[in-house]
Design a protein around this ligand. Sequence first.
Ligand SMILES: NC(=O)c1ccc[n+]([C@@H]2O[C@H](COP(=O)([O-])OP(=O)(O)OC[C@H]3O[C@@H](n4cnc5c(N)ncnc54)[C@H](O)[C@@H]3O)[C@@H](O)[C@H]2O)c1
Length: 480
Amino acid sequence: MKNSRRDFLKKTGITGAGFVGVSLAACNSQPESSDPFPQTYRQKFNMSGYAAPKLDVVRIGIVGLGNRGTGTVRRLAGIEGVEIRALCDLEPDRVQRSADNIKHLGHKPDFYSGHEDEWKKMVERNDLDLIAIVTPWHLHTPMCVYAMENDKHAYTELPAATTMEECWQLVETSERTRKHCVQMSGSCMGGTAAVILNMAREGFFGELIHGEGCYIHTLLEFYLFDKDMYHNMWRLKANIGKNGNLYPNHGIVPIMQLMDINYGDRMDYCCSISSDDFLMNKTAKRLAEEDDFWNEYVDRDFRGNMNVTTIKTVKGRTIVLNHDVTSPRPRGRRLLSGTKALYHSSPDRISTDQNHTGWGHYEWISDEEFNDLMEKYSPEMNKRFDEMTSQAKQLDKSGHSYYETSPVDWRLIDCLRNGLPVDMDVYQAATSSALTPLSIWSVKNRAFVNVPDFTDGAWQTNQRTLDIQLERGGGNTKLV
Ligand SMILES: NC(=O)c1ccc[n+]([C@@H]2O[C@H](COP(=O)([O-])OP(=O)(O)OC[C@H]3O[C@@H](n4cnc5c(N)ncnc54)[C@H](O)[C@@H]3O)[C@@H](O)[C@H]2O)c1
């Protein structure tokens, strides 16, 4: 054995110390991540921090009036200065239903329905400022792009895009047209998430080291395999042939906001793995035994049930993102870990470096201390939104629309009406959506992959867009 090792060293020309040196160098070197989506785009105009011309009234057209869109109409209709001028869905009765829901608020929208491309007629009108898009995923980018090309801001449900080409298309179009492209939800705007963001900015957690986010929502039988839940079974079909994180935005956007991704830090590279599918094909087979409708879903290439994507940022932080819409399990958590403290959601808990109980273990702070922190760090945006909600409650003419309006909807309209930059820009929409094609590529190739920089370097100087303390103004739009 000894001789053969010496022979090997002689043959390869490596002797003792050299061999050790080579081995250590190999161990210490950074893994090379792959670059299957090389970046060639150069920024035309920086949309981060851009304030579009002020709009006293925001005239809106909404497309997609299904499970989510029905609520979107009510949410937007309950904000001061909004005029819902047009509603569109393939199904005419959905348009009628949504129009009926907001009649008492004085909205008299025109109807568009009955044809796949009818939405284009709505977007082409010259009396709309904003198109809200609440359709199946594959329609989001084409609809956003068409809206921006036709001089409208785009407000889209997530994910804004499903492929890398679409992500770049959104950035390019927004910069060229100077129209906003804002993702509709998944943000630290409001409630506990906003307080935690404020605490992070105030340094409560110290330097941020690690974050975890997820979309864990059991959609198996009640949603994906329900014939009447989604238009043309789009959401079940989306789970076939693409193995990765299909819905990264709910999980990643709050972490991006907490870690100032695209405003001082950026995602550098990521690596993703997926479990096998233990549930979807079995469900399809079981249902197909009773009903031929399900035959076309048997033995399809279903996505693995759990996807785990790990991300490293340029500033050395780590992020873990989970996606699972099929396993029977409670809601997933969000986690933020810093040099001084840790936040854990579902249930909400905090531990700090003051709670050391010995042998390297830390306790959670008490509920009382937690509540005190929530009060102390409550940002201006929360206070103002709560104030608007309680004022609307006293008027109570909205059929309770104000209950449904989220801070994200409210602030978008507030920013447009006050001529302020929007809190969530197109770079956030593109970066968060890009994790779908990146994770799919990584799962397939068992490799690290570089995350494109949609800001083209501007992340180094861009200022935070999410104005949680309303320092740039606004916050004066009422709920009605
Ligand atoms: N942010 C959240 O918490 C949240 C919650 C639920 C859904 N969503 C998102 O909302 C979007 C819609 O989901 P959903 O559950 O309402 O789906 P859905 O299938 O219930 O609704 C989609 C609607 O789009 C319409 N539509 C389809 N193609 C059209 C076309 N060419 N022109 C006009 N209308 C068309 C359908 O008729 C349907 O009414 C998805 O992106 C989903 O991820 C977000």
